[in-house]
Design a protein around this ligand. Structure first.
Ligand code: NAD
Length: 355
């Protein structure tokens, strides 16, 4: 897709910053989708991209997803995202994240960063040496902080419980869940699902981690490709996004798709195809908001208990979105999108721009 096509099909971003720091090799993009509800908040991804164009599109797509997620979760944040292109050879990781921190500082609070795929608490600690507009730092006492993934996993569990009850009339202890990707979120989700009595099937390229899940949770292990068409009740995507396309949707045997991966639908229409096949698709940007709630709590100085309450509320939000979808005869994905876009459009700044 070209950038022009992207801008025609999506809301245009407010600002896109490209940076290139020769000394550290840091090269990346910060996309600020919208700041009407508050600073554009969203993590920083370190990933290998074939070229600058692909990295920019990824940043734009992810920033839009963050805008929807933050608005739907009722957070005082707009949406943003940073991607850093993984350098080809060896590199000084601390210097790279310090250089990124300088770019975040230059935005003077219009963008707040945190971890995403490929980045860690240690990386954000380096960013924090250059700017205060960063979260995902080590937790202190009863204050939120640290790796947001356990909160993301808790939110996924809450939404999944509602989805399974709605679509299958069952509890988690009655179903088999296929978890794709056993990284920070996927493994934590397996722990919670195992506690809840669900049977598990997992796919993970790191064979030692897959073996650990088999050992600890009695999980059956299969390839990622096989999992997409396996006879499971629920598919929980917790790897990378954009895998729900015409071919994979046609092959799905799961009745529910509910997982943490960002931007699971290759295109928005896939939500309709899933509904046509009677697959309940729980909108990713609703389901996986637990991590950004924890990030918000850390940045805004909430207590752990406030974060917990807001993450637990993801279940009720799933119920509300379902009701809205049924009322308006649309999919939960489109209903959730409409609620979020409406919130973004009704900020004073957005209204002033539209006038
Ligand atoms: P991670 O990098 O820790 O884990 C991803 C895992 O997926 C890794 O273990 C990797 O080996 C595995 N994987 C890669 N390709 C795979 C494939 N084809 N099949 C199966 N497994 C594969 O990332 P994470 O932090 O656990 O995040 C997972 C997803 O959830 C990402 O899409 C991320 O953007 C999204 N997400 C994460 C958070 C969070 O709090 N970490 C919050 C919201 C959304």
């Amino acid at each position: 897709m070209s950038l022009t096509d992207h801008h025609q099909q999506h809301l245009p971003p407010e600002e896109v910053v490209t940076f290139h720091d020769r000394a550290s090799g840091a090269h990346g993009i910060i996309a600020l989708h919208s700041t009407g509800l508050g600073p554009a908040a969203g993590g920083c991804r370190l990933w290998r991209y074939p070229d600058h164009h692909t990295a920019t599109l990824d940043a734009l797509r992810l920033a839009e997803g963050m805008a929807l997620k933050n608005a739907l979760a009722d957070l005082p944040f707009g949406g943003g995202k940073a991607v850093i292109c993984l350098p080809d050879g060896p590199f000084d990781r601390a210097a790279l994240f310090q250089a990124f921190g300088r770019e975040v500082a230059a935005l003077k609070g219009r963008y707040v960063t945190a971890e995403d795929v490929g980045t860690s608490v240690a990386d954000m600690t380096e960013v924090a040496t250059r700017t205060r507009h960063v979260a995902g730092l080590a937790a202190r006492g009863t204050r939120p902080g640290g790796d947001p993934s356990p909160w993301t996993a808790l939110g996924v569990l809450r939404a999944m419980r509602v989805a399974v009850r709605h679509r299958l009339g069952a509890d988690l202890s009655d179903v088999t869940v296929g978890v794709q990707g056993l990284g920070h979120v996927g493994y934590a989700l397996c722990e919670r699902l195992h506690e809840a009595g669900a049977r598990l099937v997992v796919a993970e390229p790191r064979s030692d981690v897959a073996a650990r899940a088999a050992d600890r949770f009695g999980a059956m292990v299969m390839s990622s490709r096989a999992l997409l068409s396996a006879r499971v009740d629920v598919l929980a995507p917790c790897a990378l996004g954009a895998f729900l396309n015409a071919a994979t949707v046609a092959g799905l045997k799961a009745s529910v798709v509910c997982g943490a991966a960002n931007n699971q639908l290759a295109e928005d229409d896939m939500a309709v195809r899933l509904a046509d096949r009677d697959v309940f698709y729980a909108p990713d940007f609703l389901v996986n908001a637990g991590g950004i709630v924890n990030v918000a709590g850390e940045y805004l100085g909430w207590r752990d208990a406030d974060v917990r309450q807001r993450v637990m509320a993801i279940g009720q939000r799933m119920v509300d979105v379902l009701a809205q979808a049924e009322r308006t005869g649309t999919t939960p994905h489109h209903a959730a999108r409409t609620i979020a876009l409406d919130r973004i459009a009704h900020t004073p700044r957005a209204q002033a721009k539209a006038a």
